[in-house]
Design a protein around this ligand. Sequence first.
Ligand code: SF4
Length: 276
Amino acid sequence: LLNIHRLLPGQMIKDVVALKLPLASKEGFIRQVLGWREFVRHVHQATDGFRNHFPSADIPGNAGYNKWVQPTWKASRNASGLNGGATPSFLGAMNPLPSAFWGTASGLHCLDHVIGQVWEHGYSHHITRLMILANIATLLDVSPRELTDWFWVAYVDAFDWVVEPNVLAMGTFGTGPFMTTKPYISGAAYINRMSDFCTGCAFNPKTNCPITNLYWAFLDRHKKQLQANPRLVLPLRNLKKRGPATIRKDHQIFTMVRHEFEKPAILTPEHLLHTK
Ligand code: SF4
């Protein structure tokens, strides 16, 4: 409702300030609206959707629709000449979006559940947008622009100043340190702690969830670009402790997952047994 201006942020903040609530509750809410939402809108306006700082696509992308759904998406240059949006990719992520985002089962229960919810309602909570959708796409080195285009199609509350900064910058770290301080990525332990998805999954977050391998493989692939980041000192130190054999397996699982998603096939624990 905020994004479509049925509720105005200034009025909402005044109403919350006037409520009899614990200070911490008010602070948490107001920080989201004033500290993040208005900051995001400012960045979008000041950078023309990052077009002032990064190259842009000539025409709007189709986020894999032509490949996975069809019939052909007739993208064309916008009448106002706004082109296909900025295409930053700080980490060089260029992979296509997996078919799972268009409704094909992936075998990862968290991903399949959230995608199903999005296609049913055109909406999901912002935590699932970050922790599941953007996280998994980032771990798979999906092009930030392609994921952003998908959000445009899939969400009823997709507006330029909401989608572009939240996906290109916060969700995928496509803009690097331009707007956010680190990639928003996690393995299965975090997803398990913050949700109840794992109870319905064929994988176990403590023993064989491939998202954890994807997380470590991501850190290892991009460690040169990330090693100067003070917020990643601890994860990169822990990466070293995994040892070469385990890291090699992380990379093999990353390659296997990408390969299976490209078929597309449903991931099962048996796939991991065949990854040496
Ligand atoms: S076990 Fe892994 S794939 Fe399954 S729901 Fe949990 S985090 Fe997702």
